[in-house]
Design a protein around this ligand. Structure first.
Ligand code: GDP
Length: 197
């Protein structure tokens, strides 16, 4: 069991030294700016504005750590792929992500959120490779399901799968942060993961 009402914002990290260094599993969420990463985290927790929705893209080069029921961290990785970001901010993003992925025993399950309407971008592909290279369990959340027709679903999921070069064992979960579709499936994966770690 995981009490989703017991949620605590721990800190906003800008460097390795800020990352929590206890033994709790860390479930990380990554995605392009505006893909609905904050909305997805809020939907999973059934909170309205816990992770900040509509954060100004490019102004969020920090990693937010939330502790859930003293059992697991949700790790909100900084969004990427916003065109108007300065070179300096882009470099900061790269460095912070490098540090996060390099720190030992941190990440134990990775979620990448993509937009179910579109072919994943080059940045999405890079992000997926990053997760896959860790060898940790990895799941893709295909968000904004409410914005496509049913007839588009299978084709779009296939495009996501092939573009991100996903191995068969990586699930792609159709999701709508807006409507709550897919929430139970994602929560089940999270619970299973916590029990195993
Ligand atoms: P972030 O930048 O990835 O954290 O994205 P946000 O959570 O701030 O969401 C960006 C925009 O997409 C907001 O206007 C959300 O209301 C909208 N949005 C997020 N998820 C969904 C969804 O599942 N369906 C629809 N229709 N809109 C969504």
């Amino acid at each position: 069991m995981l009490n989703l009402h017991n949620v605590e914002f721990v800190r906003s990290a800008v460097k390795t030294g800020d990352f929590p260094n206890d033994a709790l599993p860390q479930i990380a969420f990554a995605g392009k700016s505006n893909v609905g990463k904050s909305s997805t985290i809020n939907r999973l927790l059934n909170r309205k504005n816990f992770a900040r929705v509509g954060n100004e893209p490019g102004k969020t080069v920090h990693i937010n750590f939330f502790q859930i029921d003293e059992k697991v961290y949700f790790v909100d990785l900084p969004g990427y792929g916003y065109a108007k970001v300065s070179k300096k901010e882009r470099a900061r993003w790269g460095q912070l992500m490098d540090e996060y992925f390099a720190s030992e025993d941190t990440l134990t399950l990775g979620f990448q959120i993509v937009d179910i309407r579109h072919k994943p971008t080059a940045d999405d592909v890079t992000m997926a490779d990053w997760f896959l290279q860790t060898g940790m369990p990895f799941v893709v959340i295909a968000n904004k399901l409410d914005k496509i027709k049913k007839s588009q679903l299978e084709g779009n999921l296939q495009t996501i799968r092939t573009t991100l070069h996903l191995p068969e064992e990586v699930p792609v979960i159709p999701f709508s942060a807006e409507k709550g579709t897919g929430r139970e499936e994602v929560l089940a994966l999270i619970l299973e993961h916590i029990e195993e770690n």
